[in-house]
Write a protein that binds this ligand. Structure first.
Ligand SMILES: Cc1ncc(COP(=O)(O)O)c(C=O)c1O
Length: 482
């Protein structure tokens, strides 16, 4: 029978049967996919027992390791209770409890979780809700959106309109209603003598110039708070977030925080947005993990964004789950007997009980294990273990935000197909990483110790030595998929 074929053949069967995401189909044949048999903590294990350290959390989703016992147990329990029921006209405990707990983490500033499955669908929901809100409040001319240069918000047609990465967007441009693109606050753009905050101030000036001119037509600005991950882990000063909030208030434009990649503790606070006010909370030793995770000391209500999108890590990396939190007044604008004023958006698996239960188990882990406080220590281990890489002459702009570390390789050292070659060479050393263009980064699950951090740093340095040794010709950077 087909499913009994030897495990070694799984990669070949997959290449025949499965259309793999974000993968070029090369005429001369593809690199076979890595056939994974099981997972254990930060490790992925293939059919031959070869172990790979999942240094990118399986596309930024996994928080507490693979096959986590606590999340497994919650799911087994949920499986025996209720696997699924539609959320239109029905409800269930996991969806309600998760919505309540997430709202509490914002101090009640945001709530009414609207559930979906993937990140891109959460973005679509936020865009549609914003436009529809303005229409319901008599401002139907507000139908344009603003995104940041190199921003990424997903690959469905609506999400592509607010995505500024040409590799994903350009082929589908004729299908989209392109958003306005404004300067990114990416700190790497600092001119001589400029700080990251100066770059953020310049970016805010450009945003203001656009809003001054077109706020009457603009529904919302969408941003990835603190780190534009798909852009190559572009990190920026938190003052941009506070400034953008103030401008959106002044010009009556919604602010959508896309925390799909940066939420759930990735940047040091549970929501990256919590650092929007002077950026000090992640570094404040007095602010312990349980406090941050339980929603104590929240930002004042007016300082939050109007919409916050969450996905990826919220289910611990177990099941597709996304959601949009919004301000109470947003939902109030949809209260009406008129069907045209209702938000008639749905997905079949909206609020799936298994996915919500995995998310509740994930939130339990944050609270019980003091994860945000312990991550400060893990972030320090990463910083120390990566010091030799940060100091390496082939790398520039070494940077870190919580549990994300990144640096850019010089074009001369990168050579051709750097990302693919680095990925393959690292696999041979037992590390799963996928550089983005010339950016080497790690975003590991929150379950490694100091020795594993050191081992990871050593493997990446050895991989760099290996792949940069053969370079003869510098090539311009092209952001490539696998
Ligand atoms: C910031 C951001 N928004 C949206 C998405 C899209 O999420 P999904 O791939 O689940 O559709 C991603 C995915 O990487 C992301 O990083």
């Amino acid at each position: 029978m087909e499913h009994q074929s030897p495990p070694a053949g799984l990669a070949a069967r997959s290449a025949r049967a499965v259309w793999h995401p974000c993968t070029r189909l090369r005429p001369d044949g593809n690199i076979p996919p890595l056939a994974i048999a099981r997972g254990e903590g930060p490790w992925l294990i293939d059919a031959n027992g070869q172990r790979y350290f999942d240094a990118i959390s399986s596309w930024w989703v996994n928080l507490f390791g693979h096959a986590n016992p606590a999340i497994n147990a919650a799911l087994v329990d949920q499986l025996q209770t209720l696997e699924h029921v539609m959320l239109a006209g029905c409800t269930h405990e996991p969806a309600v409890a998760l919505a309540e707990r997430l709202s509490a983490l914002t101090g009640g500033a945001l709530g009414h979780a609207f559930y979906a499955s993937d990140g891109a669908s959460a973005v679509e929901i936020a865009l549609k809700m914003s436009f529809h809100y303005w229409r319901n409040t008599g401002l139907s001319a507000k139908r344009e959106f603003v995104c940041l240069r190199d921003g990424y918000h997903g690959e469905t047609v609506g999400a592509l309109a607010v995505t500024d990465l040409e590799v994903f967007r350009d082929a589908y441009d004729p299908l989209t209603r392109r958003a306005h693109v404004v300067m990114s606050p990416d700190a790497r753009q600092a001119r001589r003598g400029e700080t990251a905050a100066d770059v953020a101030a310049r970016a805010l000036d450009e945003l203001e110039a656009l809003l001054r001119e077109r706020a009457g037509q603009i529904a919302a600005l969408i941003v990835e708070p603190l780190v534009q991950c798909a852009a190559g882990m572009a990190m920026y000063d938190p003052s941009y977030l506070e400034g953008a909030r103030a401008l959106c208030d002044r010009y009556r434009v919604h602010l959508i925080a896309d925390e799909i990649a940066v939420g759930c503790g990735r940047t040091g606070t549970f929501f990256a947005w919590e650092q929007s006010r002077s950026g000090s909370q992640a570094d404040d030793p007095a602010r312990d993990a349980t406090h941050a995770a339980s929603g104590a000391e929240p930002l004042p209500a007016h300082a939050w964004p109007d919409f916050l999108c969450l996905s990826k890590g919220i289910s611990g990396g177990y099941l597709p789950l996304s959601l949009v939190l919004s301000r109470p007044e947003i939902q109030r604008a949809f209260v009406s007997d008129d069907l045209a004023r209702s938000f008639l958006h749905s997905h079949s698996y909206t609020g799936n009980p298994l996915a919500c239960r995995a998310a509740l188990a994930t939130l339990d882990l944050f609270e019980q294990d003091g994860v945000l406080a312990r991550n400060r220590e893990r972030a320090q281990w990463l910083a120390e273990a990566f010091t030799p890489l940060a100091a390496d002459a082939r790398l520039r702009n070494a940077r870190q935000q919580g549990m994300i570390w990144a640096a850019d390789i010089d074009a001369a050292a990168a050579g051709t197909d750097f990302a693919v070659r680095f990925h393959r060479a690292a696999l041979a050393r037992g590390v799963l990483v996928r550089p983005i263009g010339h950016t080497l980064y790690v975003m590991p699950p929150y379950v490694f110790d100091a020795a594993q951090a050191r081992w990871l740093g050593e493997q990446l340095l050895a991989t760099l030595d290996e792949v940069s040794a053969h370079v003869t010709e510098p090539e311009p950077e092209v952001r490539r998929v696998a």
